[in-house]
Design a protein around this ligand. Structure first.
Ligand code: HEM
Length: 277
């Protein structure tokens, strides 16, 4: 038997009485003490961690989206594209995560469903913020945040800021020498398909070499929406698998509500133009 390998021989730091450790830097104690189950059900831990990790990834998605939007405003396309690609990968990561949650059966979920009360992902302020940043600005959904003035203020501030798509439309207008209807820039309602915007994107797609930056921007946005749609689809399929036709803990019709959300188009012109080419 050989002695167990000691990394200290390779110079690994082994004492952190005075120095910042991994756990100190990442505040692991705080993160790992936030999984407070409200029942004795085995699967509640999975349910909590699945939501918490999703929220952490959403936090990063917002960090990237906000920075990408700022860069696009100053026509600094390259680093913005890198960030938008990262957001699409984050959603891809979240899509794979559903496979873990799907190991929870309806029987498992019913063992702790009552403990959740009326709480639901429907009240995720970060999810709503992502939708608002992207341009899907349904203000009716603000109300569930009224009890938290701090979060309400963050969402309201976002509604006073041009969305990522607004900024993309500015770049499109400038790059193709057009002007879009002010209706395209409404701050407090979801973006609606506009024929002039379709025509402008179509012009870009007909001559990618002339408009390479805008062409790449369009594809980055389509990619992002593609992965976001898959997240919505995976969510509703998992929900149907777990609760069937039951109402959600948040009080909506559940699966029918989530199916309706599948119809939302973030960047409708980018999908529409494909039929024009
Ligand atoms: C078994 C697991 C899950 C079930 C049964 C479930 C169920 C539901 C239901 C029924 C709704 C509609 C609102 C309501 O009435 O409650 C909803 C919304 C939502 N859920 Fe889930 N969910 C699950 C997992 C997750 C996970 C892991 C996340 C990740 C954060 C999540 C995020 C959301 C979000 C963001 C909404 C709002 C969607 C929108 O308004 O478009 N859900 N969920």
């Amino acid at each position: 038997m050989t002695d167990a390998y000691d990394p200290a021989r390779d110079g690994a730091q082994m004492s952190f009485a005075k120095d910042m450790s991994y756990g100190d830097y990442l505040q692991i104690d705080r993160i790992l003490s936030a999984q407070t189950t409200l029942s004795d059900a085995h699967d509640e831990m999975l349910f909590i961690i699945q939501h918490q990790t999703s929220e952490l990834w959403m936090r990063l998605a917002l960090h990237e989206l906000n920075a990408a939007r700022d860069l696009l405003k100053t026509a600094d396309f390259r680093p913005a594209f890198k960030m938008l690609t990262r957001v699409a990968r984050i959603f891809d990561q979240l899509n794979s995560a559903w496979d873990v949650l799907r190991t929870m059966t309806p029987s498992d979920y019913t063992t702790f469903r009552n403990a959740l009360g009326q709480s639901s992902g429907f009240q995720s302020h970060q999810y709503r913020l992502i939708e608002y940043v992207l341009g899907n600005r349904n203000t009716a959904l603000l109300k569930v945040h009224e009890h938290r003035p701090d979060l309400f203020a963050v969402l309201q501030a976002e509604l006073e800021t041009p969305s990522l798509y607004h900024v993309a439309l500015d770049a499109l207008a400038q790059g193709t020498g057009r002007e879009f209807d002010p209706d395209c820039y409404r701050m407090t309602s979801p973006h609606r398909l506009d024929a002039d915007v379709v025509a402008a994107w179509a012009e870009v797609y007909r001559d990618p070499h002339k408009y390479w930056g805008l062409y790449e921007l369009a594809e980055k946005l389509v990619d992002l929406e593609d992965y976001f749609r898959r997240w919505r689809f995976n969510h509703v399929t998992t929900v149907e698998r777990v609760i069937g036709i039951k109402r959600g803990t948040g009080g909506t019709s559940g699966v029918p509500y989530l199916r309706k959300m599948l119809e939302v188009e973030l960047f409708p012109e980018l999908w529409d133009l494909r039929g024009e080419l």
